[in-house]
Design a protein around this ligand. Structure first.
Ligand code: GDP
Ligand code: ZN
Length: 302
């Protein structure tokens, strides 16, 4: 549909494959995108204005202002990943074991971008009551109790799992992430049948025989579900954060940090360090402090 007065076509970016992007207009036509300079920096979920140039190809003339934006990390660089999201679902499981570091990074990235995060703990059928409770405590510690946790079993109780997850997704635009083996494909296919088959077609069109592993793809169903899937996803890019940004995402460290003797205390070996005290008496999670220190050391490195 042409945007008023400009003659440009309004479209939604629905897939990326390496540096290639595809958008869909209101008629359902797909456009392979080209852009110059800043206009090349699009993300899946972006709303764009296009000027067609030949067969199903178009120039990005404008990227509409974003509600939010997440970055992914690729060989130590941050790249635009997904925009205008209503939520992120992170799928976790015990077997194979989930990565606490990925959980921590996801939590920081979402909190910084202002996107609500939900943890979907899959394969709950593998947990006894004790393991379930221990995991719940562990996850609450990682997320400061701020993040809803949903235990499901995508294969053992598929109907129940879908009913739990559907309200988080219905009428929203949701990015779904998880390490390989967590059961993400099972869940996506349960929510939107044939979604993964569609992935391959669009991905092949964009990839045109090249070998890039990271692709991101939006799937929509007739009944209003919109999931963004990114099979090659490795990690969030957090290099664009400043140290103050990072501290804002670690209130459990920043607040006691105000009571350290030195205003610029790194909470490592300094005397009268309130954070070290908090770590010793268990008020501050060691795992979170380790992640904070790791992320702090990465800042500005790319
Ligand atoms: P993905 O790599 O995250 O996309 O994971 P898949 O959806 O391919 O699932 C990985 C494996 O976990 C498969 O063998 C699934 O059958 C299994 N799986 C998925 N969900 C569940 C579950 O709820 N319980 C159990 N026990 N296995 C599951
Ligand atoms: Zn300190």
């Amino acid at each position: 549909m042409p945007a008023p007065d400009t003659g440009l076509i309004q479209a939604l970016v629905i897939a990326s494959h390496g540096r290639h992007f595809m958008a869909e207009d209101a008629q359902g036509q797909h456009w392979q995108l080209f852009g110059k300079g800043k206009r090349r920096e699009v993300a899946v979920g972006d709303s764009v204005l296009l000027s067609p140039s030949g067969d199903c190809q178009a120039w990005v003339e404008q990227i509409e202002p974003r509600r939010n934006l997440l970055y992914r990390s690729d060989a130590l660089r941050s790249k635009l990943f997904a925009a205008n999201l209503d939520a992120v679902l992170l799928v976790l499981a015990v077997n194979p074991p989930y990565s606490p570091e990925l959980l921590g990074r996801t939590w920081v990235a979402c909190r910084h971008a202002g996107v609500p995060l939900h943890l979907i703990f899959n394969k709950a059928d593998l947990l006894d009551k004790q393991a379930h409770e221990a995991l719940e405590d562990e996850l609450k510690e990682w997320t400061l109790g701020e993040t809803p946790i949903h235990f499901i079993s995508a294969t053992e109780a598929p109907g129940e799992a879908i009913e739990r997850v559907r309200p988080l997704v219905q009428g929203k635009r949701v990015l779904i992430l998880g390490q390989s083996g967590m059961g993400k494909s099972t869940l996506i296919n349960a929510l939107i049948p044939h979604a993964r088959a569609a992935t391959n077609t669009v991905s092949e069109a964009l990839n045109a025989g090249k070998h890039t592993t990271t692709h991101t793809q939006m799937h929509r169903s007739d009944d209003g579900l919109c999931l963004i899937d990114s099979p090659g996803f490795q990690a969030f890019g957090l290099h664009h954060l400043s140290e103050q940004d990072l501290l804002n995402e670690f209130p459990d460290i920043a607040e006691p940090g105000l009571r350290c003797r030195f205003a610029n205390c790194r909470h490592l070996k300094e005397p009268d360090c309130a954070v070290k005290e908090g770590l010793e008496n268990g008020d501050i999670s060691e795992a979170r402090f380790e992640l904070f220190d790791l992320l702090r050391n990465e800042l500005g490195s790319a």
